[in-house]
Design a protein around this ligand. Structure first.
Ligand code: CTP
Length: 406
């Protein structure tokens, strides 16, 4: 995204707060960002926050005589290489679909000749209303690209499609639209928990949300690395453009990973269940008599990471594992680096106090044969982008793990 001119239009919706993170992501990727706030948008995020994050003065009034002396709306439309409307409200989509220009945001859109993308955000019933769907169809046929919306719980308590996509999903769509050149590199990423069936109503699993692994797969894809995400059962919906293979058990994940090979890179981020029942019970297991304890015989699952890292012919050039620990983080992680024969281990504390499982942040230490590098606490998205950057430079510049901290 280096030096790409992105104009962000922020409309008035509760999701506007996510647009601040989107600006940060875009700038971190090297883009230059200008923003226009609609009058309703200003009720949700302040011009000061937006201009501080973009590093550019905020644009909000069509009839601002200073800006309009230079034909401000035309200048902005010319400046933009891509316009992203996020959040795009039902009202604003309607204005766009009808080609109206009552304010600066809509006037810029009318004057623009660059591609336009919208990340809709609204209540599920507003989204499903025939009028909204007509407006969307008109915009799509005019060449406007829609990003999402996602399905989920809304601020108003309703459930369904209408939630604005997360900033990393929007970023990925922007990168794809901006023609991030394909690197020719390929990657496989595992994410989420696995679920091991006990009987038709019960299973064994763990607390992994899949958030970190999905973010890593998205960040790799955003860099032009052809990425396959092998995802265990999770509530989080991965970005639509990401090639995702959904699996349930460790055995299925193991098969899916080996079928997805060859690849230049393998990142094992999944929290794979270590144990399974040899044969799950066909019927619901019943309590018998008055027994107070109960024993399940469990069999070891295949170690997917080790099975890939120890391949002779088809081994990816870079194999990155994770270590989820609640004690002796570095000691356990170093042991895993050696026993699983991977090139890097990303060690993270997943104890209850860390808030890592299911949370938004992660604090990791990266280990290689020679080095131990502590990274500061970051959001899972930031960590994904930083890790993806390291991975890409390692794979393309031939910089190996010795130069991890270079
Ligand atoms: N892993 C895997 N297959 C398994 C178990 C783990 O691919 N059956 C991978 C994970 O995706 C992670 C790394 O191995 O990249 C370490 O996983 P972790 O859960 O931290 O450790 P385990 O190997 O399960 O060991 P332990 O439970 O003893 O900590």
């Amino acid at each position: 995204m280096q030096d790409r001119h992105i104009l962000l239009i922020i409309c008035g919706g509760i999701a506007a707060y996510k647009s601040l993170e989107l600006i940060r992501c875009l700038r971190k990727d090297g883009a230059e960002v200008k923003a226009v706030l609609t009058a309703a948008g200003e009720k949700f995020v302040t011009p000061l926050s937006v201009s501080a994050l973009t590093g550019n003065p905020i644009n909000n009034a069509l009839l601002d005589h200073e800006a309009e002396a230079d034909f401000g709306h035309i200048e902005l439309a010319r400046w933009a290489e891509l316009i992203v409307v996020a959040p795009a409200t039902a009202d604003f989509l309607s204005i766009m679909a009808q080609g109206q220009a009552p304010d600066l945001a809509s006037a810029v859109l009318l004057a623009a000749t660059c591609p336009v993308m919208c990340a809709p955000a609204m209540n599920v019933h507003m989204w499903q209303k025939p009028a909204t769907q007509r407006n969307l169809a008109a915009l799509v046929s005019d060449g406007v690209e829609m990003i999402g919306p996602e399905e989920g719980e809304m601020a108003c308590g309703d459930f369904g499609p209408g939630r604005m996509c997360e900033p990393d999903v929007i970023l990925q769509a922007i990168c794809a639209r901006s023609g991030v050149p394909a690197t020719g590199l390929t990657a496989i990423v595992t994410a989420g928990p696995t679920r091991e069936s006990i009987d038709p109503v019960r299973y064994l699993t763990n607390r992994s949300s899949g958030k970190q692994g999905i973010a890593i797969a998205a960040a790799l894809a955003a860099r032009g690395i052809r990425t396959k995400l092998i995802l265990g059962p999770t509530e989080i919906v991965p970005p639509a453009h990401l090639q995702t293979i959904s699996v349930t058990s460790a055995a299925e994940m193991h098969t899916a990973v080996h079928e997805a090979l060859p690849a230049d890179l393998f990142v094992a981020c999944a929290a794979v269940a270590d144990w399974r029942l040899a044969v799950p019970h066909e019927h619901k297991m019943k309590k018998r008599g008055r027994e107070e304890t109960f024993t399940l015989e469990l069999h070891r699952n295949p170690d997917i990471l080790a099975s890939v890292a120890k391949l002779k012919g088809n081994r990816p050039r870079l194999v990155v594992g994770f270590a989820a620990e609640t004690e002796n983080l570095i000691g356990n992680a170093r042991h895993k680096l050696a026993s699983k024969a991977c090139d890097w281990i990303v060690a993270n504390d997943v104890g209850a106090a860390s808030g890592t499982f299911g949370g938004a942040h992660n604090t990791v230490t990266i280990l290689t044969d020679q080095k131990t590098e502590e990274w500061p606490t970051m959001t899972k998205q930031e960590l994904a982008r930083t890790l993806a950057g390291r991975i890409q430079s390692t794979l393309t510049d031939g910089r190996d793990q010795d130069q991890l901290d270079g």
